[in-house]
Design a protein around this ligand. Structure first.
Ligand code: PMP
Length: 411
């Protein structure tokens, strides 16, 4: 997308007009949380102003309208992910909750002593810790796919790990640190050949590239609304319909039951069985508006845009002595650029950038095993989205150069 298109999109995001420390905001922390266009804010506002009531319960007009809006949101998100049916899409709080649901509900029912859970060294803690907990409960064992020399997943090592003991492969579609898109379709095919399930953490991919769960051939896919221009407090978990229908509930309470006696209950059909309690109705409506916004811009266009920005950042950083960038170069690399300035703590770099109005993240990015594999404790991370103009990459690089020179004066 050229800068004129980006400028038009930016006009939809009121927050991007603000200043920080007297400088125009340069928001390069989209991988942590994106910003919201007016269309999303308006959809949430309109829901509360015109129709809000609890869903699925009340026999009154507002409840019926809220239920319709909630179910329409489910259908919209399901279509966006390529899900064959909205019945297989569960609303959750965020990707973390979706991944915990899988590890609890499916994991406890299907894992036993000696079974193997395959993860990758690049997983976000949200796709690792729930499986560690499942392993502790069931006696299953965790195996991790390492990185190859080019910092992509080592697929030969992955294939060598697979065996009839492998029951599940849990993998991110796109790394929140390296920006690389993992070859999930290939990973799924190999896993299915040994009878294992493939559960995908789509928190970073769904906001930035076209996703089609049916074409990927995976068994489950989790996303977070707040990273894809939607509200906080809402996410979605798609699970292949037959599999979801076979899974026991995760949380118990209202909305998820059919009949309740003092000592036992029977459960509702999918997807309600997995949505105990009052759901985040307005947030689901906001997420549907976010999805419509992304679709109107076009996921192919967004992906090309992020890739071009990543290429530009990698090219500019390569010209800067003392700056080390992580992750592979190639067409499978999106707009996430982790780096360190030699001899300067990433938090100091991020603070220096913040004083210039440039918002980036510094830390281990909830991926401590990956940090160890890269030989660092933490990195700075800049991440782009559809509202990022090329000028913001130039501002980033200028600010990093300034920080490098400033701290070098004290070395
Ligand atoms: N997986 C990945 C790859 C992520 O980047 C994140 C968010 N940093 C998560 C999972 C967790 O997302 P949330 O905190 O919204 O549950």
């Amino acid at each position: 997308m050229d800068d004129a298109v980006v400028a038009r999109l930016r006009a939809d995001f009121p927050i991007l007009t603000r200043t920080v420390h007297g400088r125009p905001l340069v928001y390069l922390d989209h991988a942590a949380s994106s910003q919201r266009p007016t269309a999303v804010l308006d959809a949430v506002h309109e829901h509360y102003v015109t129709r809000h009531a609890n869903v699925h319960r009340g026999a009154h007009q507002l409840s019926a309208e809220s239920t319709d809006a909630y179910e329409e949101a489910r259908a919209t998100v399901a279509r966006f992910l390529g899900a064959p049916s909205p019945r297989s899409l569960v609303f959750v709080r965020n990707a973390t909750e979706g991944l915990n649901l899988l590890a609890r509900s499916w994991g406890d029912a299907h894992l036993g002593p000696g079974d193997e859970i395959v993860v990758t060294v690049a997983e976000h803690h949200a796709n690792l810790v729930p499986w560690q907990q499942a392993a502790q409960r069931t006696g299953a064992v965790i195996r991790a796919v390492p990185l190859g020399p080019d910092q992509r997943l080592d697929l030969d090592a992955y294939r060598a790990l697979l065996s009839p003991r492998t029951k599940v492969v849990a993998v991110a579609h796109m790394s929140n640190v390296l920006g690389v898109v993992h070859p999930v379709a290939e990973i799924a095919e190999a896993a299915h050949a040994v009878g294992a399930r493939v559960f995908v953490d789509g928190a970073q991919a769904a906001p930035h590239l076209p996703v089609d769960v049916a074409a990927l051939g995976v068994d489950a896919y989790a996303v977070s609304g707040h990273k894809m221009l939607g509200p906080t407090g809402i996410g979605a978990l798609w699970v292949e319909e037959e599999l979801l229908a076979s899974m026991p509930p995760f949380l118990g309470g209202g909305e998820m039951i059919r009949t309740v006696e003092i000592e036992r209950s029977t459960y509702a059909d999918i997807p309600m069985r997995f949505e105990a309690g009052t759901p985040a109705v307005a947030e689901a409506v906001g997420l549907a508006a976010a999805v419509r916004y992304l679709e109107a811009v076009g996921m192919e266009a967004i992906w090309r845009h992020d890739r071009a920005l990543a290429d530009l950042a990698l090219e500019r950083f390569a010209e800067l002595d003392g700056v080390r960038v992580f992750g592979p170069v190639g067409s499978d690399r999106g707009g996430i650029v982790p780096f360190v300035v030699e001899g300067v703590h990433p938090h100091d770099v991020a603070t220096a950038l913040d004083s210039e109005g440039v918002a980036v993240r510094a830390g281990h990015h909830c991926a401590q095993p990956l940090m160890r594999a890269l030989g660092v404790q933490s990195t700075v991370r800049a991440s782009t989205h559809l509202t990022t103009p090329t000028s913001e990459i130039e501002t980033l690089v200028r600010a990093v150069r300034g920080a490098r020179d400033f701290f070098a004066a004290f070395a």
